[in-house]
Design a protein around this ligand. Structure first.
Ligand code: CO
Length: 143
């Protein structure tokens, strides 16, 4: 089964509150939800930009975390593109069999209750892709 399409775009930001204000100003975007995942060192906000597009702003709570290291190395900017799939386990199995370098070989719980797994940018021309599977009660809806 091919993916459903882009679920959200992930942007790494230095200051979450400031970035939310920027998106309000630029696109009259509204915050859909906001969360902190302490053990991953992430503070994030998902914003609805127009009717269809979800942008995930991700900030680091500590320097020594994946997003903190990304910010130190590359600065704020494009971080990942999330692709929605119907069955994330089946996709990971298919990709592993195809020799794709996976950061997560098993799905894990990501932001906002999504099941997520990342593909290594080495296998995707430098782009970090996140596969997401929506919780059962959200199937077929966005955001
Ligand atoms: Co994401």
């Amino acid at each position: 089964v091919p993916p459903q399409g882009v679920h959200h775009i992930g942007i790494a930001v230095a200051d979450l509150d400031e970035a939310v204000e920027t998106y309000r100003k630029l696109f009259q975007a509204e915050v859909d939800h906001e969360t902190t995942i302490a053990d991953q060192g992430i503070r994030a906000a998902a914003l609805q930009v127009g009717g269809e597009t979800l942008v995930e702003l991700v900030a680091a709570t500590e320097a020594d975390t994946p997003v903190g290291r990304f910010l130190a190395k590359r600065g704020p900017g494009m971080h990942h593109i999330a692709i929605e799939v119907a069955d994330i386990r089946a996709e990971l199995t298919r990709l592993a069999a195809a020799g794709v370098n996976l950061i997560d070989t098993e799905p894990r719980t990501g932001l906002f209750g999504l099941q997520v797994a990342f593909i290594h940018p080495e296998s995707s021309h430098g782009v970090l892709y996140e596969l997401v599977q929506l919780p059962d009660d959200d199937r077929g809806t966005h955001g």
